[in-house]
Design a protein around this ligand. Structure first.
Ligand SMILES: Cc1cc2nc3c(=O)[nH]c(=O)nc-3n(C[C@H](O)[C@H](O)[C@H](O)COP(=O)(O)OP(=O)(O)OC[C@H]3O[C@@H](n4cnc5c(N)ncnc54)[C@H](O)[C@@H]3O)c2cc1C
Length: 334
């Protein structure tokens, strides 16, 4: 039985704390509700699935139906040299990472403490410290709102790329669960400055040890959405032609440049570009950039989507004018 609520306040359901209401809101916590929900959707001009709300830009009023995914459950299947770990989409991502390590399946530890749900993780192919969630996904089980069928989509079919996947442009798929193949033997993957140094200091480095290094590092670097509204990195790190990067490095010798799979293109840290313009820690009305990390846009008060976009446009223009690089917004605009 569905509990449909109207004029629902979503302000506490998005980590940017943008002031937002939805015409209607419903919790999905049992797969038996899917048939009823499929019929309900048809009564609305639009709908979207809400997870932890940590990668969303919500409008002041959403004239549609919000389906809040709260499907829970985890299973672990021994498959020889690896485990097949399956989590229902509503499971908290970080708790799932901890559970996998606890059960002897390794690889996800680099993605510790990323907010949100398991179901949203493949949508933008979450990544941190050299690992992307795609590296360990075996298949995704989706429900198709159009025909009411359930399908398994394998890793290749998801068309994963940097902070992107096929799912991002397929809103007719509801992610029901994600199945990961996790090796039993930990192969710790970490070449990131501070974290690498701390890992090397451990007498017996383990996946749990790496997780316990990453968690305080992230806490120190990024604002906690419980204290201050934010959605983590607000802009994608731009991928630009290598020759443009070389020209920029002549003007800005300390500009960091990272290789990509394509030798003609490199990745530039968007945070550096913003910081280098003196825009780290600035405040304009309700909005600003975080004082420790220029890439994070923070909501100090009661910002709306319009105010946020105005602030983002100001940053984008400054970057474009100075470096001829166009920054793309990372959170999904609803
Ligand atoms: C402090 C902070 C740090 C962060 N750090 C990182 C980081 O290091 N790396 C990184 O990649 N991201 C990071 N993020 C972004 C965010 O945590 C991830 O994108 C996360 O996966 C979003 O999960 P969510 O459940 O909150 O999704 P939501 O924000 O609720 O939704 C995101 C999108 O996924 C869709 N969606 C959600 N659930 C489903 C489902 N079951 N089926 C189909 N579609 C669905 C939504 O409709 C929406 O389009 C950070 C965010 C914050 C606030």
């Amino acid at each position: 039985m569905l509990n449909l609520q109207h004029n629902f306040d979503l302000t506490a359901y998005n980590t940017l704390h943008l002031t937002s209401h939805a015409k209607s809101y419903v919790i999905l916590n049992d797969k038996q509700q899917l048939a009823e929900l499929t019929a309900l959707i048809k009564q609305y001009p639009k709908y979207f699935v809400l997870g932890g709300g940590s990668n969303l830009i919500l409008p002041e009023f959403y004239d549609g139906l919000v389906i809040h995914n709260q499907l829970y459950g985890k299973t672990c299947h021994d498959d020889g040299e690896s485990y097949l770990m399956t989590a229902q989409a509503g499971e908290n991502w970080d708790q799932f990472v901890a559970w996998c390590i606890d059960h002897g399946g390794y690889g996800l530890e680099n993605l510790s403490l990323i907010p949100g749900t398991v179901g949203a993780a493949p949508v933008q192919n979450i990544g941190a410290y050299g690992v992307e969630v795609k590296d360990y996904i075996e298949y995704i089980t989706v429900y198709d709102w159009r025909d009411g069928n359930t399908y398994n989509i394998n890793n290749a079919e998801c068309q994963f790329s940097y902070r992107n996947s096929y799912l991002k442009s397929a809103p007719y798929y509801l992610v029901l669960s994600v199945t990961f193949r996790l090796p039993k033997l930990a192969q710790l993957n970490c070449n990131y400055g501070d974290i690498k140094t701390k890992l090397e200091q451990l007498e017996n480095p383990t996946a749990l040890g790496l997780r316990e290094i990453i968690i305080p590092t992230r806490r120190n670097k990024l604002p906690d959405p419980l204290d201050i509204g934010n959605a983590g990195s607000f802009f994608h790190n731009p991928i630009i032609p290598s020759d443009l990067a070389m020209q920029l490095q002549q003007q800005y010798p300390t500009l960091p440049v990272y290789p990509t799979n394509n030798p003609n293109f490199v990745k530039i840290p968007a945070g550096w570009l913003i910081d280098n313009l003196g825009l780290k820690g600035i405040t304009r009305g309700n909005l600003g950039t975080y004082h420790k990390q220029a890439l994070v846009v923070v909501n100090h008060g009661t910002a709306t989507k319009d105010e946020l976009i105005e602030f983002a446009t100001y940053i984008q223009k400054a970057v474009l004018d100075n470096y001829h690089i166009s920054l793309q917004i990372e959170p999904i605009m609803v």
